[in-house]
Write a protein that binds this ligand. Structure first.
Ligand code: FAD
Length: 139
């Protein structure tokens, strides 16, 4: 069965004070759900944006993304890429967090005035590379 990779970014809608705790809750729930349907991937948070990669069978990735899009903890969800891949990149992670926990509690980074990170300026490959390098930095 061919695996697919989906990449999106979205805007945070959580108050900054709740962000770190909600991020933990999102990761816990993601790991529980994703392992049941064979979805793997990685999530990062930077400068008020989430960037996420989901990998797995087409139907499982689509169903997961449908649920994620309904979530009021973020908004303006922008699909960047959804394509078949020869192999998964995050096969060992039901949902890796690609970043430092402090990113989520660093108010300047959360607002976006410090890093200047703007995912709308990057294409799918660039976002994917950013996630991978963040994951390596965090390891
Ligand atoms: P429940 O956890 O029982 O939730 C029921 C409903 O309540 C859902 O509609 C849920 O969205 C909503 N809900 C639950 N908690 C909150 C809350 N604190 N604030 C607002 N609404 C809430 N889920 C995955 O399965 N895999 C992922 O990879 C994944 N990645 C995510 C990435 C981001 C950036 C965000 C914001 C969410 C992500 N989620 C992911 C969570 C997803 O959006 C759903 O909340 C979750 O999948 C619902 O799980 P459930 O069906 O077991 O329902």
């Amino acid at each position: 069965m061919t695996d697919y990779r989906l990449i999106y970014f979205s805007e945070n809608r959580l108050p900054l004070g709740q962000l770190a705790a909600e991020l933990d809750a999102i990761l816990d729930k993601s790991r529980q759900n994703n392992v049941l349907v064979g979805v793997t991937g990685a999530l990062m948070f930077s400068a008020g944006y989430f960037v996420q990669v989901l990998e797995g069978e087409q139907g499982a990735v689509e169903a997961t993304f449908e649920r994620i899009q309904q979530d009021s903890r973020h908004g303006d969800v922008q699909l960047v890429d959804f394509s078949p891949v020869a192999e998964r990149t995050f096969s060992n992670w039901s949902m890796a967090y690609a970043g430092r926990r402090e990113d989520a509690s660093d108010e300047l980074d959360a607002i976006g005035t410090k890093s200047g990170f703007d995912p709308s300026l990057l294409d799918g490959h660039q976002l994917f590379d950013k996630l991978k390098s963040r994951l390596l930095e965090a390891a």
